[in-house]
Ligand binder design. Structure first.
Ligand code: PRP
Ligand code: URA
Length: 212
């Protein structure tokens, strides 16, 4: 894959260890959910580096000092349903005041085209830093459509957070939206003929919610 300025692939042994467990087909629903949450928290640490801060005065037991704190109400996270829901609590662990919007999309099994079925976003989202959440970036169709939707709603500062990406999907989003930074914990090999990521982890939504 080409080098894209807007793509950050976190390559860390602790994340790789958790991804290995996530891929394992014998990992059950409870552990799968916990791993998605933990990996999301680790990616959040990197992807929120540019979060808005303000200076406040704090008094320690010894003296007054100026400190930087995050600006509340400045960030919205938007999970793509269903699987993105599994990432919400992982962001809230580090950033409990992030507002949450929801975009519902599913891939048509034949065409692999995303179909939008739900959208509810926080008021004033156009003024916020928005982080779109989805564990899987496969063809990139769902992410591109969700980013287009957010842009139509006036959002100007958008990031995308995924756990696993296929080169096909990363390229599609990186080229269509060079203004959107993409944070991935791992880049996999390719897609199979059914649009599943290899080696991947299977269907993230089904594994999170035990639907198969
Ligand atoms: C999965 C995944 C992404 C999408 C990725 O959702 O969570 O949203 O597929 O594929 P793409 O990059 O080719 O668009 P799915 O459509 O299976 O819906 P679900 O989360 O409800 O299971
Ligand atoms: N959606 C998933 O849940 N898994 C894949 O491998 C591709 C799309």
């Amino acid at each position: 894959m080409k080098n894209y300025k807007n793509v950050v692939i976190l390559d860390h042994p602790l994340i790789r260890h958790k991804i290995a467990l996530l891929r394992d087909k014998t990992t059950g629903t409870k552990q799968f959910r916990e791993l998605i949450e933990e990996i999301t928290t680790l990616i959040t640490f990197e992807s929120f580096k540019e979060v808005k801060t303000k200076t406040v005065e704090i008094e320690t037991p010894l003296e007054k000092c100026e400190q930087k704190v995050v600006v509340e109400g400045s960030v919205a996270i938007v999970p793509i349903l269903r699987a993105g829901l599994g990432m919400v609590s992982g962001v809230h662990t580090l950033f409990p005041t992030a507002k949450v919007g929801h975009i519902g999309m599913y891939r048509d099994e034949q065409t692999l085209e995303p179909k939008e079925y739900y959208c509810k976003l926080p008021d004033g989202i156009e003024h916020m830093q928005v982080v779109l959440l989805d564990p899987m970036l496969a063809t990139g169709g769902s992410a591109c459509d969700a980013i287009n939707l957010l842009k139509r709603r006036g959002c100007k500062d958008i990031k995308l957070m995924n756990i696993i990406g296929a080169p096909e999907g990363v390229e599609k989003v990186a080229e269509a939206h060079p203004d959107v930074n993409i944070y991935l914990s791992t880049l996999d090999r390719c897609l199979n003929e059914n649009g599943y990521i290899l080696p991947g982890l299977g269907d993230a939504g089904d594994r999170l919610f035990g639907t198969k």
